[in-house]
Design a protein around this ligand. Structure first.
Ligand SMILES: [Mn+2]
Length: 278
């Protein structure tokens, strides 16, 4: 396991922290290319390139206490055990306060959402992603980065799931996604859906491939036609009224990330999420 690099002003211990970061470099089921296991380290390293202050939010990480919980060791584990292990550790992070899970492949979002539901039984999932990820199975496997939303829906109900930025999936996936509380190519949540979420704890899952490959080329399954960083950031700011209790940022692939811009985008998303919700 790579030794954790503190995120900006992060402390090493969880005590008294208002937010916690946990790395989960799961890298088992990628279909396009692997390498996401290195992502948590690269995202933490990229955070050194950012100011701790957000001029849009007018808040500073230095006014908060962020704990770095290190990385979950998942090397050599089968997928079921790996997800259980991530869920256990992340539930501890969420018990302590607002939590960020750093991927790793997007499958970790199932562990993240399970942990969220364990701590907050009524939690809803808001997914930013180019892909629906709602296949029933993928290449003969049940638990993969392309099927995790199907599992989340079966375990916790389609009415707990909102999908944004979607621009890829099979015909069957798009039919199944109609059962979700909301599923859209757009990034905005319509007022009635926002209202439905307003009374519930919310877990956010951000796959960096929701961004256009021109903005975030370093990802496992880049999908043309995505949004700019600014557009994604604006839609995250629009969630400020919600009670977001945790989030993941997944699918950074360092080896295809020229100039580390994708890791940098992920780090900035993490900063803004902590400043908004911790
Ligand atoms: Mn995706």
């Amino acid at each position: 396991m790579a030794s954790p690099i503190p995120f900006l002003a992060a402390k090493r211990t969880a005590e008294g922290a208002s937010a916690g970061i946990l790395g989960a470099g799961l890298d088992l089921t990628e279909s396009c290319r692997s390498g996401t296991r290195a992502a948590p380290r690269h995202i933490r390293a990229a955070s050194y390139g950012l100011e701790s202050y957000s001029p849009i939010l007018e808040r500073d990480l230095e006014d908060l206490s962020v704990a770095d919980w290190g990385d979950v060791e998942v090397d050599g584990m089968a997928i079921v055990t790996a997800l259980d292990t991530i869920c256990e550790r992340f539930a501890d992070v969420l018990q302590a306060g607002f939590g960020i899970l750093l991927g790793g492949e997007h499958t970790i979002a199932l562990a993240g959402f399970r942990a969220a539901r364990r701590v907050y039984p009524d939690a809803a999932l808001v997914q930013f992603d180019a892909h629906l990820d709602i296949r029933q199975e993928y290449e003969g496997a049940a638990l993969t980065h392309a099927t995790w939303v199907h599992h989340a829906a079966e375990e916790f109900g389609y009415d707990s799931i909102v999908q944004l930025g979607i621009r890829s999936g099979t015909r069957e996936e798009f039919v199944r996604a109609e059962r979700c509380l909301y599923s859209s190519a757009g990034l905005d949540i319509p007022p009635p859906i926002l209202e439905a979420l307003a009374g519930r704890p919310v877990y956010l899952s951000v796959d960096v491939d929701v961004l256009d490959p021109g903005t975030a080329p370093g990802t496992g399954c880049p999908e043309p036609g995505g949004v700019t960083f600014r557009e994604l950031a604006m839609s995250l700011y629009a969630l400020r009224s919600l009670r977001v209790i945790g989030a993941d940022v997944t699918e950074v692939l360092p080896e295809t990330d020229p100039a580390h811009v994708t890791a940098l985008a992920a780090a900035k998303i993490v900063r803004e999420l902590i400043l908004m919700f911790a």
